[in-house]
Structures are given as structure tokens and as C-alpha cells.
Write a protein that binds this ligand. Structure first.
Ligand code: 5GP
Ligand code: MG
Ligand code: MG
Length: 184
């Protein structure tokens, strides 16, 4: 759905479906150039990175395979709990592989720092990060993020895989919520 399908739920749209799609194509081209001739193991972080992964890998020409992890750092609300737990681990061995972590958004960076540290101990050849969104004002853990879709202000956003209480992941635009949504 588009933000215009349920306008009352949103405060403002940060990026339209078209802007997201166009940025995805740019990042895909950058990744293809950087990994020329190598096979990438893309590791998506569930559930938020599902849309980014689906669009990004289809815009790429590199050989790639896909695996998924699920970690928890947020509950149903909008604030980080500071706790990172692996809820679902990779199914593949990453020894010697070139890993590209695909993440929806970097807020404090806590989740990703933990993940990178964890994956590094499994001896991959390389690890890079692609995050669709990043909040540079918030990032507290220093992270070397090679690919960023958009740097955004410190606002809670939904859409393109990002949820509020597990809703709005199917919004194709990226928007902030109207205050009444948090209260209901
Ligand atoms: P971090 O560990 O970087 O603080 O938080 C990472 C996770 O928090 C993201 O993968 C995402 O699930 C959630 N998160 C952080 N900021 C936002 C936001 O603005 N909107 C939504 N929907 N989730 C967010
Ligand atoms: Mg995430
Ligand atoms: Mg969430």
C-alpha cells in the first residue's frame, strides 16, 4: 500500500516508493562494481530487511546466495531495549565467504555491532554492511557501513519493511506515524 491509501495514519512521507526504488538501483550498481567476479553471500536481518533484500538482490548482476538471521533488540515499541539475542541463526557455513549484511535501519548501531562481531568469529573472508536507512545523529556504536540507502533525521519511520508493532511493513513509501497511532 501507498501512504496515500491510509493518509490519516501518517505524519509525513520521507521517501516515496519511486525514490526508494531509484536509490536501490544505485546501490546495487555500486555493489556489483565492488564485488566484480566474486560471489556474495547476502545475510538479511529479519524481518525488517526483507523488502530491501528482495529489491536489492534483484537489481544486482553479481552472483549471490542468500541467508537470514533474526535478532531481537527492539520490543513492540519504538525504543531500543539494549538487549541483542539471536532468535534465528544462519543455515549456511560462512567460512571463507564474502558476506554482505543487509539491514533495514541503523539507529544506535547496537544490533549490527553485535552481529558483525558474532559473524567475524566464524572466519568469513570479508564482511560488509548495507543499511537501507541510517540515523547519523543517533549512532552510538562506531560501525564501518559501506553502503547506505539514505541518511535520515532522528525520527521513527515505518514502511519498506520497517514496522510499528509489526504493522506497516507493507507500506511501499517510508513515512513517520501520526501521533494518534502511538496512543491507540
Ligand atoms: P539499533 O540497534 O541500531 O538501535 O536498532 C536497530 C533496529 O531497531 C532496526 O533493525 C529496527 O528493527 C529498529 N529501528 C530502529 N529505528 C527504527 C525506526 O525508525 N523505525 C522502525 N520501524 N524500526 C526502527
Ligand atoms: Mg533490523
Ligand atoms: Mg521493528
Amino acid at each position: 500500500m501507498r501512504a496515500s491509501d491510509i493518509p490519516g495514519d501518517f505524519d509525513h512521507v520521507l521517501y516515496t516508493e519511486e525514490q526508494v526504488a531509484s536509490r536501490i538501483r544505485e546501490v546495487a550498481a555500486q555493489i556489483d562494481a565492488d564485488y566484480a567476479g566474486r560471489e556474495i553471500l547476502m545475510v538479511g536481518v529479519l524481518n525488517g530487511a526483507v523488502m530491501t533484500m528482495a529489491d536489492l538482490c534483484r537489481a544486482m548482476t553479481s552472483h549471490m546466495s542468500m541467508d537470514w538471521m533474526a535478532v531481537s533488540s527492539y520490543g513492540a515499541g519504538t525504543k531500543s531495549s539494549g538487549v541483542v539475542r539471536i532468535l534465528k541463526d544462519l543455515t549456511k557455513d560462512i567460512d571463507g565467504r564474502d558476506i554482505l549484511i543487509v539491514e533495514d535501519i541503523i539507529d544506535t548501531g547496537l544490533t549490527l555491532s553485535y552481529l558483525v562481531q558474532n559473524l567475524r568469529s566464524r572466519n568469513p573472508n570479508s564482511i560488509e554492511i548495507m543499511a537501507m536507512f541510517r540515523k547519523p545523529e543517533v549512532v552510538t556504536c562506531p560501525l564501518d557501513v559501506k553502503y547506505v540507502g539514505f541518511d535520515i533525521p532522528n525520527e521513527f519511520v515505518v514502511g519498506y519493511g520497517l514496522d510499528y508493532a509489526d504493522k506497516y511493513r507493507n507500506l511501499t513509501d517510508v513515512a513517520t506515524l501520526a501521533p494518534h497511532v502511538y496512543k491507540s
